[in-house]
Design a binder for this molecule. Structure first.
Ligand SMILES: CC(=O)N[C@H]1[C@@H](OP(=O)(O)OP(=O)(O)OC[C@H]2O[C@@H](n3ccc(=O)[nH]c3=O)[C@H](O)[C@@H]2O)O[C@H](CO)[C@@H](O)[C@@H]1O
Length: 410
């Protein structure tokens, strides 16, 4: 079924604090997975369902989003932007789009811009929704950090936002179908304890007023990166399931490629380089000679990687210069980083990482670097340590602690 009559509001005004340092310079919706921003995956899934009228609510780092997507035509859709000047919550974000929704429209779709979805995920809601509002749900073992749903048959009786686990395994995906009447309830939505107007509180108000809110389950792909390191899992999942595989660059003699590997235009892979997919390498890159790239690695555009460097299960964003003899695994390197010869990311499993005083568990992790850092030769970064933005580390140092923006390590 095609849904070309339906408009979609995508919420993309927030930063995504828990994904710092990567979100210090871009919002979470612009984090790359398989070399495309998360938001592009969302827009492409809408387009494949015939939904072309998109209202994008932007705020934090909005220029980056608007410069990338422009009017949407390159992505097969029409995008109208609305600005949410202060990020006062998801209900407040939806309210900003009210003027673009015709009161006579029957229904419209709302999605978080920071969760990866495939076309079928959205179709599951479009084909099965009913009542005054519907929300798409997934089953999860660990529901920490999400809204969960209590229900009787399909009908939602309660939405509990970010409460201790155990109450329900049914998680709200942040994908909804509403009628224009929702704006009346949004206006009445009280501010929550953490100072936000939350769409989940709006839904609870609708339920309390006797309106029918339904929970529509899906088993299709829905991926969220709660923390920056979750991006690695999302990247591996998307690379593994991707059916496209294009090799447009130039391969010198003696390059060995195994598995699904995509190489972009004007990229040169020099002699002796060994690549095992799934992997994606962007455009205008210069890789090798004798570089090893192992599974679940994504390399952006304009990246150079020099001899004897090995990269595994990592994301390297655009415009990075990685020198020789490096070891990068389970790591995320933001854009425009210079890494000197012998750069090494130590890696460890089951790490406990302190973010603003709260301990978060991370799986096997190397390091995470924000953008624009200059790292000298023979630098070792201890497992789980993050380097923010615009830092300078001189040669020979071992980095034991997180570096904040503009740090200099002599
Ligand atoms: C209150 C609420 O909605 N909670 C849901 C939200 O939580 P969650 O805490 O994930 O919501 P976020 O704060 O991440 O916001 C979701 C999306 O809305 C955007 N945004 C957020 C705030 C704002 O003022 N403006 C704005 O545009 C963000 O950029 C993001 O794309 O998504 C989860 C799924 O991932 C659900 O399980 C939660 O029930």
């Amino acid at each position: 079924m095609f849904f070309n009559f339906m408009k979609a509001i995508i919420l993309a005004a927030g930063e995504g604090l828990r994904c710092r340092p990567l979100t210090l310079t871009r919002s979470k919706v612009m984090l790359p997975v398989a070399n495309r921003p998360i938001l592009e995956h969302v827009i492409s899934s809408l387009e494949k369902n015939g939904i072309k009228e998109i209202i994008l609510v932007v705020g934090y780092e909005k220029e980056r989003i608007m410069n990338y997507f422009e009017d949407g035509l390159n992505f097969g859709v029409n995008i109208t932007y609305v600005e949410q000047k202060a990020q006062l919550g998801t209900a407040h974000a939806i309210e900003q789009a009210k003027k673009l929704i015709n009161p006579e429209d029957s229904e419209f779709l709302v999605l978080n811009g920071d969760n990866l979805v495939e076309p079928k995920t959205i179709a599951d809601l479009l084909n099965n929704h009913e009542g005054d509002a519907s929300l798409l749900t997934v089953r999860m073992e660990d529901t920490a950090g999400y809204g969960v749903v209590l229900k009787e048959k399909k009908r939602v009786t309660q939405i509990l936002e970010k409460r201790p686990g155990g109450l329900s395994r049914i998680v709200n995906t942040g994908i909804y179908i509403f009628t224009p009447q929702v704006f009346e309830t949004i206006e009445k939505t009280p501010i929550s304890e953490n100072g936000e107007y939350a769409i989940t509180d709006t839904l609870q108000l609708m339920i309390d007023e006797g309106k029918v809110v339904t929970s529509i389950p899906t088993e299709s792909k829905w991926l969220d990166a709660v923390h920056a390191w979750d991006l690695l899992k999302a990247n591996a999942t998307v690379l593994n399931s991707s059916r496209n595989q294009k090799q447009e660059g130039e391969l010198e003699e003696g390059v060995i490629i195994r598995g699904k590997v995509t190489i972009g235009k004007n990229t040169i892979i020099r002699a002796g380089t060994y690549i095992v997919g799934p992997a994606v390498i962007g455009e205008n890159c210069d890789i090798g000679p004798n570089v090893v790239i192992l599974p679940s690695t994504t390399i952006g555009d304009n990246v150079s990687v020099r001899s004897f460097t090995e990269i595994q299960n990592s994301i390297i964003m655009n415009d990075c210069r990685i020198s020789s003899h490096g070891q990068i695994s389970n790591s995320i390197i933001g854009s425009n980083n210079t890494l000197g010869p012998g750069f090494t990311s130590e890696e460890k499993g089951d790490l406990e990482i302190n973010i603003n005083g709260t301990i978060h568990k991370a799986p096997k992790l190397g390091t995470i670097l924000g953008d624009d850092n200059r790292i000298g030769g023979r630098v070792l970064v201890k497992a789980g340590v993050m380097i923010a933005v615009n830092c300078q580390v001189e040669s020979g140092n071992t980095i034991y602690r997180n570096l904040s923006r503009d740090s200099v390590v002599l």
